[in-house]
Design a protein around this ligand. Structure first.
Ligand code: SF4
Length: 237
């Protein structure tokens, strides 16, 4: 199995204008503006978004299971999306734990802002991770899946366990500070884990998710017919 690669020096810069528009902050209130700028400055000084990943070879594929490095991952959707490819990348990315020290001194509104900044940090970590995998392995397009993302049967949340304990060898917490709780949620909560693989078509599990009015939806739900057409087996990468 290849080594786990840790990305713990991910550069970032907040787009204050975009974030303040999303949070409906105006410059009319000097006190709010000052508090918002102060929080951005503090988070920028402290935060260290991080990620780790490992290249895994796919040993076998059955009707509903992908076996990566001897570890079965049960998902019919993954089988279809992977097609004939025999490689995937298992990953975890996070906003990092460093901003936790700010929480005590913040009022409820500022804590809400802090969560939005942490989400931006996680998105930056995920974008950087994808960029690194694309660059290192010369893969022009990546698609991904995460346990528990999309409808319940797409890839069950319980599959966090083989990801964390076997494919990432129980080293996620020591490497980037993300803990998996007994209820299989990640702490910090602005963290993401799953698999990435080469793709020819855009794919997100949002396409297979019935949840309505989700603020984080990345793509519209697609009909089963459209989904099937985008999962035609593809060349090996
Ligand atoms: S629509 Fe929302 S809940 Fe469903 S997979 Fe996408 S982000 Fe997750």
């Amino acid at each position: 199995m290849s080594e786990i690669i840790v990305l713990d020096a991910i550069p970032f810069q907040f787009d204050s204008g975009e974030l303040s528009a999303k949070l409906h902050l105006t410059e009319d209130d000097a006190e709010i503006s000052r508090a918002w700028k102060n929080l951005i400055d503090n988070v920028t000084a402290l935060a260290r978004p991080k990620a780790l990943f490992r290249e895994c070879s796919v040993d076998a594929v059955t009707e509903d299971t992908v076996v990566a490095e001897g570890v079965p991952l049960k998902s019919r959707v993954m089988v279809r999306q992977l097609g004939e490819r025999r490689r995937l990348f298992v990953y975890c990315a996070t906003c990092g734990t460093e901003t936790a020290v700010l929480e005590e001194s913040l009022d409820p509104l500022e804590r809400f802002w802090l969560e939005e900044l942490r989400l931006a940090l996680l998105r930056r970590a995920l974008a950087y991770l994808r960029g690194e995998i694309s660059r290192r392995y010369r893969i022009p397009k990546l698609a991904g899946m995460a346990p528990g993302s999309g409808d319940a049967d797409v890839w069950p949340l319980e599959e966090q366990i083989p990801l964390f304990e076997r494919l990432l060898e129980g080293r996620v917490t020591e490497s980037i500070g993300v803990e998996l709780t007994d209820s299989l949620l990640m702490v910090p909560c602005k963290s993401s884990s799953g698999v990435l693989f080469a793709a020819e078509h855009d794919f997100t599990t949002c396409q297979l998710c019935h949840r309505k009015n989700c603020p984080d939806r990345r793509s519209p739900r697609r009909s089963p017919l459209l989904q099937a057409s985008s999962t035609t087996p593809t060349k090996m990468v």
